[in-house]
Structures are given as structure tokens and as C-alpha cells.
Design a protein around this ligand. Structure first.
Ligand SMILES: Cc1cc2nc3c(=O)[nH]c(=O)nc-3n(C[C@H](O)[C@H](O)[C@H](O)COP(=O)(O)OP(=O)(O)OC[C@H]3O[C@@H](n4cnc5c(N)ncnc54)[C@H](O)[C@@H]3O)c2cc1C
Length: 413
């Protein structure tokens, strides 16, 4: 019999196992894939953006949840105001030195595989038992002992940690299996949906697919309230918009779409360019086509797209443009509206929103209320972060808290 059976060998499950095993508890990890941490290898484009120095006290800036008071939940979970420091210390404890790029923290090697190598070696050193290709299919209890069944094994443990991750990226282990296990235990779940993904727009963006533009974007609710702002590189695709700034809008956009609202995004393609500079370009470029004049500022395909959408003719010479035409164009360049139809699907979304409801979780140790010995950590729970290392931070710290919490409980029994 084990002290802990951890279901899922991703960031949260591994952090939990290392924390508990360092304190002398016997742990087993069940992982349905053929190796641990498949998602970790893929993070940060293979470089593993593991945390971020930009954290401040208002955690609602970095995370989303259905739970009203999730910022307070995270304050209790993180304990200190420096979750990034805790992650760096944890990495250092397994020998990994970090490297910062504009507040984004990576392993110094800039290789996710270096983190997984160190984690795997630490698990081995600590004697954590790992079963690969072992999918937990059923959890039942008998006399205060948990029995976890896989296709071939039956594991007995005093505590169970659900660390099954979300439904995103099936090829990296994402699935609904964790939610199914939670359902079988009658745990409260919030609706799940893709997050950190592209947004499918009502407007046909096929003609500008592949165009990237530095811009500012604001997400609005159906009734015109600004919800959140992002700045960075917007990427147009054949379905709509993508890129990190779009991903960061997707969490809140998805929540509105689930509530049958129709959000929209307003884009400023030229946040750093004054109206005067655009008027002056038209003045100087009277003998050039309107599209060519705009190409002084933005990608030519995008210039044509904006002009078409302003119901003007991109192919005629600028001296045919009235002052009102130029004003309309300037307006469109600063306030370009794209209506959001839907989110991309789970296989194109880096994380999953929703999951095990925070109402039933104690943030100090991630234990499930009124279910002694049961814990839930990481992406399986109803917290999702924006891009920048916030999801791994949450997964690892929630795993650490569960590992320590179980030790404290066993010690006090
Ligand atoms: C392409 C991509 C890039 C990303 N980049 C970043 C980044 O740079 N920074 C960042 O912070 N976050 C990033 N993320 C998000 C981050 O990877 C996840 O939020 C994080 O890995 C979640 O950790 P977890 O332990 O909760 O879940 P996971 O890492 O998904 O681990 C859960 C594990 O449980 C296993 N499992 C599920 N059900 C069962 C079962 N019934 N029995 C046995 N095993 C089971 C799964 O196979 C999986 O291995 C990225 C995600 C993707 C897909």
C-alpha cells in the first residue's frame, strides 16, 4: 500500500510526488502515456517557459476561473507574493538553473527536455514508483483505503491525487479522463472549454492569412464593455486571429461565448503612429495608389483588407481620396472591429478552462472538502492562466501544496 497514488504524470503530479517523497512518503504515479511530462516537452516551443517575474498581487490579471473569488483562492495557494521565486527554487532543488527573457523564465539550457531529464532523475533518486501506459479507470474506497484500478493493476493507497490535466492537445496526453474520474467521485465540475487558442472571426480573413502585425487589441462584451487589453503581435489565419495576444484574450472570450454572448475585438493596427503622419503620407503620395501609401505603415495585404473593409478602393490613386475618405481609413486603422464567432477546438488550444470547481477545494493543500484523502491539482481544476509561464506555475505549486499537505496530515494522524 502506498501513502499516495498520483493519477497523471505531468507538471502537477510530478511536483506533488517529489515533494511528498522528499518527506519520506511512498508514492506511485500512474501515467497513461508512454512517458512522463509529454506536455512539458512541448511548452514554450520546446524551451519551457516555466514562470514569470511579472506577477503582482492581483492574480486575476493572470488567471481565469468560474469561481468568483479565485484571486483570493490563488493568494492562499501561493502563500507568498512570489510564486515565481518558489518555482525557481523548486527547479534549483533538482539542479535546474533558470534564464530570464523579458521577465519570462526558462531553464538556462532553453530546452524543456533538460527539465524533464532532471525531474525524471529526481523521481528515480527518491524511489517514486512510476507506471507508464497505466490509465486509471476507476477509483473506489474500502475502509478508508483508496483502490485505483487500471486495465492490469489494482493499486491501494491512503491518499489519491487527481493530476490528470485538461482536455487540450490529445497527442500530448490531453483527454477527458480526469473529468470522468471526478464525475465518478461525484465531484462538482464547471463546464470545460478550450483556452489559449485562436479566435474564429465572422469576417473572412483568408486573404490576409499569414500576415503578422504589431498591434493593440481590446476585447469587448456584446454590450460594448471593454473586458481586457493585449498588446503584441497579432497573426491572421484562414479562420481568424491567432498569436500570443489572441491566446490571452481567448479565456475571457470563451467565457462570454459560453454565456451566449457575442464578444468582439477592436484592433489598433498603428498604436504608435499619429494621424498627422498618415495624413502627411497621403499628401506626399498623391500619385501613388492608396494601398501603396498604407504599405508605408502596414503589410500590403492588410492595407488592402482594411481599405476594402472601409468600402474604399485600394487600387485608385490617393489624390482621388477625399479628406473624409482618409479620416475613415485612419479610424479603421485604429479601431478595426472583428466579431468573434467561436474558439478553436481543444486540439488547437494550449490549456483547458473549467474543471473541478474551486468551491470544493481547500487552497492551502488542494484537498477536496469532505472527502478525506482526495486531492486535485493542476489544469484539471478550474483555473487557467494566460501565456507566460503562469499555467506551469499553477500546476507545480498546486502539486507541491498537495504533496506537503498529505505529509502534514499523515504526520498529525
Ligand atoms: C503546446 C503547449 C505549449 C504550452 N506552453 C506552456 C508554457 O510555455 N508555459 C506554461 O506555463 N504552460 C504552457 N502550456 C500549458 C501547460 O503545459 C499545462 O498547463 C501544464 O502542463 C498542466 O500540467 P498538469 O500536470 O496539470 O497536466 P498535464 O501536464 O496535462 O499532465 C496530466 C497527465 O495526466 C495523464 N492522465 C490523464 N488522465 C489519466 C488517467 N486516467 N490515468 C493516468 N494518467 C492520466 C496525462 O496523460 C498527462 O500526462 C502549454 C501547453 C501546450 C499544449
Amino acid at each position: 500500500m502506498y501513502d499516495i497514488c498520483i493519477i497523471g504524470g505531468g507538471a502537477s503530479g510530478i511536483a506533488c510526488a517529489i515533494t511528498a517523497a522528499r518527506k519520506g512518503l511512498s508514492c506511485i504515479i500512474l501515467e497513461k502515456e508512454d512517458k512522463l511530462g509529454k506536455k512539458i516537452y512541448a511548452t514554450g516551443n520546446g524551451r519551457c517557459n516555466i514562470t514569470n517575474h511579472s506577477f503582482d498581487e492581483d492574480y486575476s490579471t493572470y488567471y481565469n476561473s468560474e469561481y468568483d473569488d479565485y484571486a483570493a483562492f490563488l493568494s492562499k495557494l501561493f502563500e507568498t507574493q512570489n510564486p515565481d521565486k518558489e518555482i525557481i527554487d523548486f527547479l534549483y532543488s533538482i539542479g535546474i538553473v533558470t534564464y530570464d527573457i523579458n521577465n519570462y523564465v526558462y531553464p538556462h539550457s532553453l530546452q524543456s527536455s533538460s527539465v524533464m531529464w532532471a525531474l525524471n532523475d529526481e523521481l528515480t533518486e527518491l524511489g517514486v514508483k512510476t507506471l507508464l501506459k497505466a490509465c486509471a479507470l476507476e477509483i473506489c474506497t474500502n475502509d478508508g483505503i483508496y483502490i485505483i484500478k487500471t486495465q492490469n493493476e489494482q493499486i491501494e493507497a491512503l491518499n489519491v491525487v487527481l493530476a490528470c490535466g485538461g482536455a487540450s492537445y490529445a497527442n500530448l496526453g490531453g483527454s477527458d479522463k480526469g473529468y470522468k474520474l471526478a464525475e465518478s467521485l461525484k465531484l462538482q465540475l464547471t463546464d470545460i472549454r478550450p483556452s489559449l487558442c485562436g479566435l474564429v472571426t465572422e469576417e473572412d480573413t483568408n486573404s490576409i492569412s499569414g500576415v503578422r502585425v504589431k498591434s493593440k487589441a481590446t476585447l469587448f462584451s456584446e454590450n460594448g464593455n471593454p473586458i481586457c487589453k493585449e498588446e503584441g503581435e497579432l497573426q491572421f489565419t484562414d479562420y481568424g486571429i491567432s498569436g500570443i495576444m489572441t491566446f490571452n484574450l481567448s479565456g475571457k472570450a470563451g467565457r462570454m461565448i459560453s454565456n451566449s454572448e457575442k464578444p468582439y475585438v477592436m484592433i489598433d493596427f498603428l498604436p504608435d503612429i499619429s494621424d498627422k503622419a498618415i495624413y502627411s503620407a497621403f499628401e506626399k503620395g498623391k500619385k501613388r495608389k492608396a494601398k501603396a501609401v498604407l504599405n508605408n505603415f502596414i503589410n500590403d495585404k492588410l492595407a488592402g483588407f482594411v481599405i476594402d473593409n472601409t468600402n474604399l478602393n485600394a487600387e485608385i490613386y490617393s489624390n482621388n481620396y477625399t479628406e473624409d475618405n482618409i479620416s475613415a481609413l485612419i479610424y479603421a486603422l485604429h479601431i478595426f472591429k472583428l466579431e468573434i464567432k467561436e474558439l478553436r477546438d481543444f486540439d488547437n488550444a494550449q490549456v483547458t478552462s473549467g474543471g473541478i470547481a474551486l468551491d470544493i477545494i481547500n487552497p492551502s493543500d488542494m484537498s477536496i472538502k469532505d472527502m478525506p484523502g482526495l486531492y486535485a491539482v493542476g489544469e484539471l481544476t478550474d483555473i487557467d492562466g494566460i501565456c507566460g509561464g503562469y499555467n506551469l506555475t499553477y500546476a507545480i505549486i498546486s502539486g507541491i501544496r498537495a504533496g506537503k499537505g498529505i505529509y502534514d496530515k499523515i504526520k498529525s494522524d
